[in-house]
Ligand binder design. Structure first.
Ligand code: SF4
Length: 390
């Protein structure tokens, strides 16, 4: 039977968080069976993009990653905290904002994978979407991977927990392929190549609403851990009020034999789910207040880079009192079919974000980039002349 542990942190301070992480791992019977002396172990936090504050539930707080790295060290293995943020994002800037750089000063290895040599590895067996993964030498060399995500909702995949977190081990160009060719089965293919031996979810502060970056922080004070990556996500999702059957990555990973999603077959140790569950607001239920009527067309193939850029550009417009310029416009993201564009809309009303929309260039204001910088999206919406006044 798969086991998932849930523990409560006594506080947000380093000691309180570390104690909860250690307790969660102890409830699983320890990890000496999966982390052996001499192993190179990648501890993979979620550092997807630069958050507005250090702790907003968008990224894994360093206290959790450090506690996991300490347990790995105590077993005689070598932990390396490694991440590549979403496509187009400078990982170093995320490391700085989230204060992971302070761990470097304490002697922990914190690696921006984007600065390391790349390599291509085969997906064992046959992938549904990909037969190979473009990754980094360090990932290929690792003896074990530990996924350390944060508890949050996602605008495209309902939630993002331990399984989707592993996408940070993939090169930027290849991350974009996932959104073009199929993020759901693509993630499962990726997990066949890089299956984490342990998931430790940072549920100290989660995030609801428009994840993965712009949601609302939710203080939960929890750590959730499992050696079964599907069970960890099933329970993490359940804590946020999701039936595992409603979470597409969980369903596909379970169907392809990566783990257990049936809650009746998962043993919960520590705190019962019923004691800590809280329904998180879904991304689809969230509206950015105070915006005029306009259309936002996110094609299925639009990746996190462009989705975040567009939401972030809209926030920038609000902060500069420019949101009225969105009125009756249509902002398009990803490789959308032309038939889905509003018919007879004048060219100046359609804003095409990113190179994936280049084929529609004749129909709107094209904003190049992959993803483009926010400022160019704002300019595409408000026009050069207005933008130059700000
Ligand atoms: S343009 Fe945007 S949606 Fe297209 S690949 Fe680049 S980041 Fe992804």
């Amino acid at each position: 039977m798969s086991i998932v542990s849930i523990t409560k942190a006594s506080g947000d301070d380093e000691q309180g968080v570390a104690k909860a992480v250690r307790e969660a791992i102890r409830e699983l019977g320890g990890i000496a069976d999966i982390v052996k002396p001499g192993y190179l172990v990648i501890v993979k936090p979620n550092l997807v993009a630069v958050p507005s504050e250090r702790v907003t539930g968008a990224v894994t707080r360093w206290e959790v990653s450090k506690a996991v790295a300490d347990v790995v060290r105590e077993l005689g293995a070598k932990p390396v905290i490694a991440e590549s943020s979403s496509a187009g994002v400078d990982t170093e800037k995320v490391i700085e904002k989230t204060e992971y750089d302070t761990l470097r000063k304490q002697g922990y290895e914190v690696v921006d994978l984007k600065k390391t040599p790349a390599v291509t590895v085969k997906v064992p067996g046959k992938g549904k979407v990909f037969d190979e993964m473009k990754t980094w030498e360090l990932v290929e060399k690792a003896d074990a991977i530990i996924s350390v995500p944060v508890l949050k909702t996602h605008d495209q995949t309902e939630i993002t927990l331990g399984m989707k977190n592993i996408k940070g081990l993939i090169s930027d160009a290849h991350k974009k392929d996932f959104h073009r060719y199929g993020v759901l089965d693509g993630v499962v293919d990726m997990l066949l190549a890089f299956k984490p031996v342990l998931t430790v979810i940072d549920g100290t502060c989660g995030q609801e609403g428009i994840g993965p970056i712009f949601g609302t922080p939710v203080h939960m004070g929890l750590i959730v851990a499992s050696k079964d990556l599907v069970a960890a996500d099933a329970v993490g999702g359940r804590i946020m009020g999701y039936d595992p059957k409603d979470v597409p990555i969980t369903v596909r990973a379970a169907a392809r034999g990566l783990g257990e999603m049936d809650l009746s077959k998962i043993e919960i140790r520590g705190v019962p789910i019923a004691e800590v569950e809280r329904r998180f607001v879904r991304a689809s239920e969230t509206k950015i207040e105070g915006l005029p009527p306009f259309d936002l067309l996110f094609d299925e193939g639009a990746c996190t880079g462009c989705r975040n850029t567009v939401i972030s550009a809209i926030m920038d417009m609000k902060n500069q009192n420019l949101e009225s310029r969105l009125e009756n416009k249509c902002v398009v993201c990803g490789p959308l079919d032309e038939s889905k564009l509003p018919k007879d809309m004048p060219k100046e009303k359609i804003v095409l974000v990113g190179i994936c929309t280049k084929h529609l260039e004749e129909r709107g204001v094209f904003v190049p980039g992959c993803p483009p910088n926010n400022i160019y999206v704002v300019r595409g919406v408000v026009g050069e002349e207005v933008a130059n006044r700000y």
